[in-house]
Ligand binder design. Structure first.
Ligand code: HEC
Length: 401
């Protein structure tokens, strides 16, 4: 019953998280499009009022006329629309999901027993939880420091982008060393997503508040506040595609159970940013297919990298008579069925994870390719909780050949 209620809460939180993220990212993409599509106003009186760009649009059966002011409008309306709850809701629901799913069973979901760092492979559950929280926090601190030190006046944003790109590769690498595959991808995405929300919370919104306050006092707003808001929201727009992909990667074990998963992850991060770049530039009226072409090239490279390799069965294995389906099912029954059953006996599981059930030989047979892949890569059994041996992995590999 408890596991069932947890699953249900998980589902509701995920629903909220996805809806909030759609609303937030949709709005963010919309404003980048709006900003880049602005044209000098035709109407002289608008220019005199300080409008430097406008966009006409038709949507949902009506006509819209957006205007952007170069600095500040002469007089602020009382009902200025602000956007921040979508961002905060996305982060809060995402963090709640992470806490509920990963931090309640960290030894299963967070710890990476295959880590090349011995201390990381031997972390206890609560240590892994703390490392994960520190990881998230440090990701933001380092990113924020890079922005502040490299481009404090927003005049060296090119170098800053490069530094952030290098930072993301480091984050990807560290996460795969510290955490199990699925958690590593999720946490790398969460580092970016945290930077996005923290940009809104610590810089964009406070900066806008200072601008409004100055205007209300009849003073000129500090232009750095406006520029910094723009700098951080431009970063956010390049984070969006990679973040969404990393969140979805949870369903695709071929991505995160690979030895070089940090390289695959980095390729996808750059591919996402490059594809986003195409659209950003497109809204200014320029079509530059080189960006998505480079993005697709990186994706193809990762397709090639992530392709499953066939693990040669050990010599001892090859010498004996080939194993039978019955042998393989016996192993799977011992090592997998606690979780992967119509009625799992493993505490905390109310239904078969990922819908994978091995109660019968037929069920095993139908999923043998995927089974071999997750067993070869060491991803399953999760956290090797059921102590599967290398010999057993060889038997499954040999039989499925
Ligand atoms: C402690 C519980 C547990 C054990 C034991 C376990 N699994 Fe899993 N398995 C999971 C969970 C949780 C997921 C879902 C994770 C995910 O979505 O990637 C999963 C997912 C899978 C998937 C789907 C992966 C995908 O790409 O969708 C396969 C296949 C799988 N397990 C096979 C196995 C095999 C084979 C064994 C035994 C050698 C095994 N599992 C042992 C918990 C377990």
């Amino acid at each position: 019953m408890e596991a069932y209620l947890l699953d249900f809460t998980n589902m509701l939180l995920r629903w909220l998280h996805v809806i909030a993220a759609i609303a937030w990212i949709g709005e963010s993409i919309y404003f980048v499009m709006l900003d880049n599509s602005l044209k000098t106003p035709q109407d002289e009186s608008a220019r005199k009022k300080g409008v430097f760009g406008e966009m006409w649009a038709v949507h949902g059966g009506g006509f819209y006329h957006n205007q952007k002011y170069a600095t500040s409008p002469g007089k602020l309306p009382a009902d200025l629309h602000w956007s921040f709850w979508k961002s905060y809701t996305t982060w809060l629901s995402g963090f709640a999901l992470f806490a509920l799913l990963y931090m309640t069973s960290p030894e299963v979901y967070l710890v990476n027993p295959n880590s090349s760092w011995e201390w990381a492979a031997n972390m206890t559950g609560w240590q892994a939880n703390i490392v994960a929280l520190v990881f998230l926090l440090l990701g933001w601190v380092v990113y924020n420091e890079l922005c502040k030190r490299i481009s404090p006046n927003m005049d060296r944003d090119g170098i800053l982008s490069l530094a952030v790109a290098v930072l993301m590769v480091v984050v990807a690498f560290l996460s795969t060393q510290l955490f199990s595959g699925r958690a590593a991808f999720l946490l790398t995405g969460a580092v970016m997503a945290t930077a996005m929300s923290a940009n809104v919370f610590f810089w964009i919104i406070p900066g806008q508040r200072r601008m409004v306050k100055a205007m209300e006092a009849g003073e000129e707003p500090n232009p750095l506040d406006g520029k910094r808001g723009k700098q951080r929201s431009v970063h956010n727009t390049y984070f969006t595609l990679p973040v969404v992909l990393l969140m979805l990667s949870n369903h695709y074990s071929f991505m995160y159970s690979h030895e070089l998963s940090w390289v695959i992850m980095s390729l996808f991060i750059f591919a996402g940013a490059l594809i986003r770049q195409f659209f950003v530039v497109m809204h200014t009226g320029k079509i530059q297919p080189a960006y998505p072409a480079a993005g697709v090239a990186l994706i193809l490279l990762s397709v090639w990298l992530a392709a499953p390799s066939s693990r040669p069965a050990s010599d001892a294995m090859a010498a004996t008579e080939g194993p039978t389906l019955g042998d393989v099912h016996a192993i799977v029954t011992e090592r997998c069925v606690a979780c992967h059953s119509q009625q799992p006996s493993q505490p905390g599981f109310s239904s078969a994870p990922a819908g994978v059930v091995y109660d019968t030989q037929e069920q095993l047979l139908r999923q043998i390719t995927k089974t071999k892949q997750v067993v070869d890569s060491g991803y399953m059994p999760l956290g090797n909780m059921t102590n599967m041996t290398d010999e057993e992995r060889d038997v499954i590999a040999a039989w499925s050949e």
